[in-house]
Design a protein around this ligand. Structure first.
Ligand SMILES: [Fe+2]
Ligand SMILES: [Fe+2]
Length: 265
């Protein structure tokens, strides 16, 4: 089974050549699932959403999506607080799902974006206790699928050289649930940086590794310090091989290939 994981498409600042390059790549790679871990837009504008929906709908592949902090309306504050996901659901609901169960895999997507927060910076994300319970029930129900993964927008780990970012709220409670169910990976975005880190959790039943997979922004011109890109996961049983695809100026070129959880240089 093949999964393409992309994130932070950010319509509004998109590079059209990269969008076209991604669509071409997905056709060639012919994945069973495309995972898009949030920030489809810059400000939650209808026009940005329409472009994102059109692109995702053109892929002829099931799409699993979760909202990012940029997907809540920025300029309509009433809507932002009263029904923050109305636009997301209206535009992306017809072309994306929040869970995928098929072949060896069971993936669950959860919304970690919040319309407001106690800190000055509202871009931080968190998971609620009920979302932790939902993940517990989902992965219990699909215990027989060897490859299980959670999809969220916000990161469970933040590199030290990105001081403005925080790890996802309530992440430790979620990680404990994931480890208990043998969930292999968390697929996330928000940092606009690609890396994978293995987190080892010690449970009564022994140590379990959960791999945190972060991808760069797919096609925003606001790429941080890394080329735009996405990754491909080729799932074999309970594990997977991860292949980077990075923009080289004219196309997304295949880069490093490594077992899921191996540190990349
Ligand atoms: Fe982003
Ligand atoms: Fe974000």
């Amino acid at each position: 089974m093949r999964i393409v994981h992309c994130s932070d498409i950010h319509y509004g600042t998109e590079d059209p050549a990269m969008v076209a390059g991604f669509v071409r790549c997905v056709r060639e790679l012919s994945p069973d699932l495309v995972v898009a871990s949030g920030d489809f837009t810059m400000a939650g504008r209808h026009a940005e959403y329409r472009a994102a929906a059109a692109m995702l709908g053109s892929l002829s592949t099931p799409v699993l999506a979760v909202p990012g902090n940029h997907d809540l309306p920025v300029y309509n504050l009433v809507e932002r607080f009263v029904s923050p996901l109305r636009r997301y659901r209206r535009h992306l609901g017809p072309v994306a799902r929040d869970a995928f169960v098929g072949g060896p895999a069971a993936l669950l997507g959860l919304n970690s974006a919040r319309p407001w927060g106690l800190s000055f910076n509202w871009s931080h994300g968190r998971l609620s206790a009920s979302q932790v319970r939902r993940a517990d029930a989902f992965f219990e129900k699909h215990a027989g699928r060897p490859f299980k993964a959670l999809v969220v927008h916000h990161p469970f780990q933040v590199p030290e050289d990105l001081p403005g970012f925080r790890t996802i709220g309530n992440g430790d409670a979620m990680l404990e649930v994931l480890a208990r169910h043998g969930v292999r990976a968390v697929l996330a975005g928000h940092l606009h940086r690609q890396f994978q880190i293995s987190r080892t959790l010690t449970l009564d039943s022994g140590a379990r590794d959960v791999v945190l997979v972060q991808v760069s922004t797919l096609c925003s011109r606001r790429a941080r310090d890394q080329a735009n890109g996405f990754v491909v996961l080729d799932v074999q049983g309970s594990d997977a091989e991860l292949t980077e695809h990075l923009w080289d100026g004219s196309r997304f070129a295949e880069g490093n290939r490594s077992p899921l959880g191996d540190a990349q240089s």
